[in-house]
Design a binder for this molecule. Structure first.
Ligand SMILES: *[C@@H]1O[C@H](CO)[C@@H](O)[C@H](O)[C@H]1NC(C)=O
Ligand SMILES: *[C@@H]1O[C@H](CO)[C@@H](O)[C@H](O)[C@H]1NC(C)=O
Ligand SMILES: *[C@@H]1O[C@H](CO)[C@@H](O)[C@H](O)[C@H]1NC(C)=O
Length: 314
């Protein structure tokens, strides 16, 4: 068993980090809500949503009242890489309408696998509360050696999203991979380039109502740190804010920890046990064909399951 080849100290580090992460992102915020939130204390709710904490930075999500398109390559990318941000953007309090555009059906193995994975994507979307009419699966060819014509991606996106901002009723937000494509996968990189070209052609420099975000690719060391780096970032950025807001009732942002310019165009999403559980559910119930044995450790080690950094492309 390959697991026995991993030194004990490494396993222990990950395990303790996970426990710390659980305390930081889930137990502390939920306890603060229970004892310091007026609505919860009095059991009288102002909205139809429970006043849970969103663990994001900046603490007011800039993506609101918006039609949000996730443009991805394979039918499980929304969960494998984007789930912390996807789940946050979907929360009813942000009033977004979220849609998924998947450029290829995942038929690398066989055409029948393609139809199966399409169904799996719809099933995962249902778990997230995304209507099947809001899921678009296109037919680009899967594979490391495939090059996709960018103009064709631009045209496909144009026919789904539209090209005239005056005909859109809401602000528009596009979210996709970055130049690194998470793992350098050419299909992911082409997805980014096509989406960027579409955005540059029709929506760039209109106003800040039309935005493109790219998912920051972690380098190989960062990618498998699971919760370790997230804990450090969380302790520095998120926890002081949470305590300040709840216990001292002040809305300060601890600005000396981060470059304010960077803040404006970058959003950090810290998942918690609940979002991790939902991602795991979407993977294991929705994308079941992808749950081979190697996926389980992958989900535990991958940083993308508990943390996303979206950077606005200006
Ligand atoms: C939700 O967003 C739409 C589109 O921007 C807007 O018309 C509507 O007023 C918003 N509703 C709420 C409750 O914020
Ligand atoms: C979203 O729409 C509501 C209702 O129209 C408005 O009150 C709120 O300020 C909007 N939020 C943002 C971030 O624009
Ligand atoms: C992709 O291209 C490389 C080099 O051209 C080749 O060695 C490899 O077999 C190709 N892979 C597939 C799946 O076609």
């Amino acid at each position: 068993m390959w697991l026995t080849a991993i030194p004990k100290v490494v396993i222990k580090t990950y395990l303790w980090s996970f426990i710390l992460w659980l305390i930081l992102t889930t137990i502390i915020p939920q306890t603060l809500t229970k004892y310091f939130n007026d609505e919860v204390i009095s059991n009288t709710y102002k909205t139809r949503y429970f006043p849970y904490h969103s663990l994001i930075s900046p603490s007011q999500l800039p993506i609101q009242n918006s039609t949000v398109y996730y443009v991805m390559g394979h039918p499980d990318d929304e969960t494998m890489f984007f789930s912390p941000s996807l789940i946050e953007v979907l929360r009813p309090k942000h009033n977004n309408s979220v849609k998924l555009i998947c450029l290829l059906p995942g038929d690398y193995v066989s055409p029948s696998m393609g139809s199966l994975r399409k169904e799996e994507l719809l099933s995962a979307a249902r778990i997230y509360g995304i209507d099947k009419d809001d899921v678009f699966v296109l037919n680009y060819r899967d594979g490391m050696n495939e090059t996709w014509p960018l103009d064709s991606i631009v045209n496909d996106l144009a026919s789904i999203i539209g090209t005239n901002h005056q005909q859109l009723h809401n602000p528009l937000t596009l979210i996709t991979f970055d130049e690194g494509g998470v793992s350098g996968h050419p299909n992911h990189i082409a997805t980014y380039e096509g989406t960027k070209k579409f955005f540059d052609t029709y929506y760039k420099s209109l106003s800040n109502d039309y935005r493109l975000y790219k998912l920051k690719t972690f380098n190989v060391f960062e990618k498998y740190t699971s919760t370790i780096l997230t804990n450090i970032e969380y302790l520095v950025i998120q926890l002081p804010r949470l305590l300040a807001r709840n216990i001292f009732q002040i809305g300060i942002d601890i600005s000396f920890f981060s470059n304010p310019n960077e803040e404006e165009s970058s959003i950090k999403f810290f998942g918690d046990m609940n979002t991790l559980g939902l991602s795991f559910g979407a993977m294991s119930f929705g994308h079941f064909s992808q749950m081979e044995s190697f996926r389980y450790p992958w989900i535990l080690f991958s940083r993308y399951f508990t943390y996303n950094n979206l950077i606005q492309v200006l």
